[in-house]
Structures are given as C-alpha cells and as structure tokens.
Design a protein around this ligand. Structure first.
Ligand SMILES: [Zn+2]
Length: 152
C-alpha cells in the first residue's frame, strides 16, 4: 500500500514541502512547479497531521544544518497544526474559516496569510487568500497591523 502523502524538498527554494504522493506535480509557495518523482519523496504517511508535523520538523532540521531525520514524536508543538486538529470536525467552509480565525487568535494572538496557509495545508486545502478575503469581507476579522489580523 502506498501512503497518500509524501515529503519532498523543493529544488528551487530548498524547503521541505508536503505533497500528495500520487500527483505528478505540486506547486511550492516559492512559485516553482515541482515535478514529483518517487525518488524525491523522503518520507511518506497517510495522515495529513503527521505530514504537517514532518514538514515542520524537516524545515527546522534543514534550517539548523542538520541531517534530515524522521522523528517519532507525535504530539504537536506547532500551533498551526493544533488549530487544524481542532477545526477538522467543523463542517461548512465559512464556519470552518471562522473557527480557524478564532483558534489562531487564541493560539498565537494575531495571525496572517502565512499561518492561515499552514493550517489549511494540514486540512488538505490550498486557498488561504480566498479564506482571508472572505473573513475580511464578512468583517469576521480585523487588521491590527499590516497583514496581521485578529478575530473581530
Ligand atoms: Zn520552493
């Protein structure tokens, strides 16, 4: 059985990214369309939560110049992953968007597009700009400083 998700290192920006292993390409936030070859996949998992955790760990390891290693710890130290876990059961895209905004405000105070992107990534979605726009249009969040928001 082939696991659904994999971790690859983007050849353009050198960062670890989570991908759906069966896809041929994946777009990295750096703008590069990454062609996914089997040999590029470092780790695999079926859990989007574990994937997000692996990506966070791999990027921390890469940033500190360490060798890439898959750690066994499962408890998430990443607030974006914890937020994603808590909103996973919320149905309805606008209800879920509002729940993410509330949980992010609780976890980290104020949040921006980057945190929204990371939470949505764990949930297997890739539309942080749309979600932020809808929250702003609905006056559900307000901007406290350039690009940083809180729940209204
Ligand atoms: Zn990249």
């Amino acid at each position: 059985m082939i696991s659904k998700y994999g971790l690859v290192i983007c050849p353009a920006c050198g960062k670890a990214r989570g991908v759906i292993a069966s896809r041929k390409t994946s777009s990295c936030p750096c703008g590069r369309q990454v062609k996914i070859r089997k040999s590029m996949i470092k780790f695999r998992t079926d859990s989007p939560i574990e994937l997000a955790e692996m990506v966070a760990q791999a990027n921390a390891q890469l940033a500190s110049g360490k060798k890439l290693r898959r750690s066994k710890t499962r408890a998430s130290s990443d607030p974006c992953v914890r937020v994603a876990q808590r909103v996973m059961s919320v149905s309805g895209s606008s209800e879920r968007a509002e729940a993410i905004a509330r949980e992010l405000t609780d976890e980290i105070g104020d949040f921006g597009l980057e945190e929204m992107r990371r939470v949505l990534e764990v949930l297997g979605r890739n539309n942080p700009e749309d979600v932020m726009t809808k929250l702003k249009e609905g006056s559900l969040i307000y901007e406290i400083s350039e690009g940083r928001f809180r729940i209204a």
